[in-house]
Write a new protein. Structure first.
Length: 94
């Protein structure tokens, strides 16, 4: 569930979401930058929503602050693992 449901219930959200999906041609924008073709699934806020900025249109609804991403990229953005992936794949050692 989204942390700020009021943002996604606002009449502005469906408009902004549609613009972003059309701009991305339905493809994950991060995968596309890597040369991969994968369908997008989630409209993600580049500058994450917070209690202090959730009412700022430029943060919440401006397509310049939104990107269309697949589930895998969204999980990576939020540093969440899928199942046991992080347990099974050792971290990069620098």
């Amino acid at each position: 569930m989204a942390q700020y449901p009021e943002v996604y219930r606002n009449k502005e959200w469906p408009k902004s979401r549609k613009v972003v999906i059309i701009r991305a041609n339905g493809l994950c924008e991060r995968c596309k930058k890597k040369g991969k073709i994968k369908p997008g699934k989630i409209v993600h806020h580049i500058i994450w929503l917070t209690d202090t900025n959730k009412s700022d249109w430029n943060i919440a609804y401006n397509p310049k602050n939104l990107e269309y991403v697949c589930n895998d990229c969204h999980e990576d953005i939020h540093d969440r693992s899928i199942g046991l992936q992080k347990f099974l794949i050792p971290p990069h050692i620098v």
